[in-house]
Design a protein around this ligand. Structure first.
Ligand code: ADP
Ligand code: MG
Length: 326
């Protein structure tokens, strides 16, 4: 099973991701812009595009060297983002992992930050020795430079991992001066090296999450389309507004409906309520409940590695493009 760093795409998948006509692929290949490799898939030998080649394509697109794909050539509108909800189980860690991998596929230099001691983002990105590594605890409490806590997951994708030790950060962080500013100040030293910084947060109104609200430009609130998740939304929005007032910041807030099942009346009702109560904030993309996303979590890879043609792959593609560019 290929982990994210070894992922390869078929010419059809590449064309889909790059929004190109399939016939254009051959001319890109023959002019040497895209280099393919041969990979054995079952009984056949297939032409594939490795991750680094697809990233190189997007880098060149951004430097204006080829193509007229203006939208795909942009950099993110909001550089520092977080996935947030005080409720657990809404899909924050799953969507954060899929989002950062997809942004890296688009050739962006991405820093993912795991702010949850459960370390689900860390595991979702296939880092299994997180318990041995420094975390944001060491940065915020023991003054470790953030760059010393960063590891490379794959080309274009770095991570500040988390482990259980991070669950103990609240009391020592509370005792620090300028506690809510420490994370922004640490981030400021590395942010120039990245196109996109994305944090996954812990399911609480914690000081650590508060520090990320001080550092972020865009908050992506993941809301499961069930009644309890919807009920918690007023608290989430009030918490964000409280932070904006206290720290004199203006945050862009998106609500991402997740785990949607169009066969369930309750899912339809909650989605309707979300859209009518928060019309300005709801993303157009609704992420459907899909076994592919569960499978991707289990295999610790992207939904493309599981089923490139499935609904989940389409949802993550649409969500990523919406959160990056609109
Ligand atoms: N759209 C989805 N379809 C199917 N399963 C999902 C979806 N989103 C999340 N999950 C699953 O739900 C569980 C909880 O998701 P997780 O991302 O850990 O939530 P959180 O980080 O908000 O606590 C995980 O097992 C994950 O695989
Ligand atoms: Mg989580």
């Amino acid at each position: 099973m290929a982990s994210f760093k070894d992922i390869c795409f078929t010419p059809a998948e590449f064309s889909n991701i790059a929004r190109l006509d399939k016939s254009k692929f051959n001319s890109l290949e023959s002019s040497g812009i895209i280099k393919t490799v041969r990979r054995r898939l079952g009984n056949s030998d297939r032409k594939m595009v490795p991750l680094e080649e697809i990233q190189k394509y997007f880098h060149e697109l951004r430097s204006g060297r080829h193509g007229d794909q203006e939208k795909m050539a942009e950099l993110p509108k909001n550089k520092v983002q977080m996935f947030y909800n005080v409720k657990g189980g809404t899909g924050k860690s799953t969507l954060t992992a899929q989002y950062v991998m997809k942004a890296a596929i688009l050739g962006m230099k991405v820093l993912a930050i795991d702010l949850d001691g459960q370390g689900h983002l860390t595991v979702n990105l296939d880092i299994l020795d997180g318990h041995e590594r420094p975390t944001i605890y060491d940065v915020l409490i023991n003054d470790l430079p953030l760059s010393d806590a960063i590891l490379q997951v794959a080309p274009g994708l770095d991570l500040v991992p988390a482990n259980l030790g991070l669950c103990n950060i609240e009391i020592p962080l509370n005792n620090k001066t300028r506690r809510e500013y420490r994370l922004s100040e640490a981030l400021a030293k590395v942010v120039d090296q990245y196109d996109l910084v994305v944090a996954d947060t812990n399911p609480a109104a914690s000081i650590l999450n508060g520090s990320m609200l001080v550092a972020a430009n865009l908050v992506n609130v993941v809301c499961a389309t069930n009644p309890l998740s919807f009920h918690g939304m007023s608290l989430v929005m009030a918490t964000i507004e409280g932070m904006e007032r206290e720290f004199r910041r203006t945050l862009e807030v998106r609500i991402v409906p997740n785990l949607y099942d169009n066969r369930e009346i309750i899912s339809q009702e909650v989605l309707g309520e979300l859209k009518s109560q928060f019309p300005e904030n709801c993303t157009q993309t609704v992420v459907n409940r899909s076994a592919d996303l569960n499978e991707a979590t289990k295999r610790r890879t992207t939904v493309w590695g599981v089923n490139a043609k499935g609904v989940a792959a389409q949802d993550i593609k649409a969500l990523t493009e919406e959160l990056l560019f609109s």
